[in-house]
Design a protein around this ligand. Sequence first.
Ligand code: ZN
Length: 234
Amino acid sequence: MEEKTHNSSNVKRKNYLSWDETFMQMCFLIAQRSKDPNSQVGACIVDQNNVIVSLGYNGFPRGCSDDILPWARGEEKKYSETKYAYVVHAEANAIYNSNKNVKGCKLYSYLFPCNECAKTIVQTGIVEVVYAEDFYHDKEEWVASRKILETAGIKCRQYLPQSNLREVLCPNEKQHTNNMPANTQLNNLKEEVKPEEQKRDAMQEVINFQNTSPTPKKPDDELSQFIFENISMD
Ligand code: ZN
């Protein structure tokens, strides 16, 4: 029997971004707005229809100049001389920036939220947290955060990078197989559960790639334009 051939224009495209991938990419993108010299974190809140209702990144409160308050981390400094006294975390900023009530929404964040953000997440009715990294897992604030989120019944899950991310982001990049160390690791991630460290390495590769690769012109430009025209976070 003759095999049925599909008309390519009639078949759904296969390598489109998943929702998780899309919203995590939004987190990575908006994180680049942060003025923090050491840590750029982004968060994205979406409603039940997967419509983005807010974005946030780590920064000082509105009206507080980025040039006046300190960005220092130094343990030897007084608390009021470090950024920790002033910075609003990406997750909290995303909640404050929201265009509508975030009750029932999902929050995507590059990092697992701290205890302060966890309180805000619970109090505003967010029902799910998707995070990429849990770097501070053993710190007291994060131990407390897990307790808060677990007790309040907030679903938390880790995002794993899509295996064909690079192809999706740079479909025309001819040489991508030559300089693509992350690809193998990312493909492997799909097939087996990797130890935490390897997942972290793969994630870092994706971030490095995003930071160093030439930006694909149109889509990103349009996306940035849209974000910065519609969401004011200065
Ligand atoms: Zn936080």
